[in-house]
Design a protein around this ligand. Structure first.
Ligand code: NAD
Length: 270
């Protein structure tokens, strides 16, 4: 069977480099290019296997359009403005776009939905198998417990992360809200500071920690009087996200245009 031709936008980033390794290690996948933003030190340099340093024979370019035209799927872990631009290119070239970027505004997310009318857009706040299972568990536990159980979501990431709470924490909040049958935006405490007053019954709280090189820890706490359930996932290596994103790129081949998530790839979709 023909290999799936995959390009990486933002290929010199933390996730970009991890994706290069994963694609090179995946038999069914072929790396066909990588881009960076103009002015980035990596532009014009060879794309190397980050582990063996073997030269792939490809150069880092700024020509995203040419890469989209040559690829079956492009993987995007960059920043929200770049991701919206790449979604336009994906809909223009009918290339599948696998999106891991977090921190998108509601308007930016709507742009992705528009692009999905013409091509495959597959977005996940977290591409790991474990977190996708945690999302399903969180929704189920929230469905079974009433508001006597306060739901708090705690996350910790490395010191360089730019958005908070993490996309995964927000996705966990949405899963909990879905389980309870409420709207997260109307029922959440994203920040607490000063004299906040007592906790509001039914709200879903978020707490954010930043430090060191932590790849990503998430805990969903269901706290009632005298008992507490805690569901925790700890990511020790970015390879788990790259593995999921490459699996999503393989899955996307020959799919009908539409907006998909990791639940579709893993068969968890309701
Ligand atoms: P990073 O800053 O190390 O890498 C981002 C890269 O994108 C940089 O190299 C940057 O130069 C590049 N970039 C920016 N604009 C570009 C453009 N227009 N064209 C090409 N390249 C461009 O960040 P990171 O740690 O790799 O994380 C990237 C994103 O992925 C963040 O939003 C992060 O939260 C998210 N993330 C998601 C998951 C997941 O499973 N969904 C996992 C890890 C990280």
């Amino acid at each position: 069977m023909a290999k799936t031709r995959i390009g990486i936008v933002g290929c010199a980033g933390r996730m970009g480099r991890t994706l290069i390794r994963e694609i090179l290690a995946t038999d069914a996948a072929m790396l066909i290019g990588g881009t960076e933003q103009p002015g980035h030190a990596a532009v014009g340099k060879p794309i190397l296997d980050p582990e063996s340093h073997v030269d792939t024979g490809l150069l880092v370019t700024t020509d995203a359009l040419a890469m989209f035209e040559a690829a079956d799927a492009v993987i995007d872990f960059t920043c929200p403005t770049a991701t919206v631009y790449h979604a336009h290119l994906a809909s223009q070239t009918k290339t599948a776009l696998i999106i891991g970027t977090t921190g998108l505004s509601a308007a930016q997310s709507a742009d992705l939905k528009t692009a999905s009318e013409r091509t495959v857009i597959l977005q996940a706040a977290n591409f790991s198998l474990g977190v996708n299972l945690l999302l399903a568990l969180t929704e189920e536990v929230a469905r079974r417990l009433n508001e006597d159980f306060d739901i708090e979501i705690l996350e910790m990431h490395h010191r360089l992360k730019v958005d908070a709470p993490s996309g995964t924490a927000v996705a966990l909040g949405q899963a909990a809200a879905a389980g309870r049958g409420v709207d997260l935006a109307q029922n959440s405490d994203r920040v607490r500071d000063g004299i906040t007053g007592a906790r509001q019954r039914g709200h879903i709280g978020f707490a954010t920690l930043r430090g060191g090189n932590v790849v990503g820890d998430h805990t969903v706490i269901f706290a009632a009087d005298n008992e507490r359930i805690e569901l925790t996932h700890k990511a020790a290596d970015r390879a788990i996200f790259a593995r999921g994103a490459v699996a999503a790129a393989l899955w996307s081949k020959d799919r009908a245009p539409g907006y998909y998530g990791m639940a579709d790839v893993l068969g968890f979709a309701r």
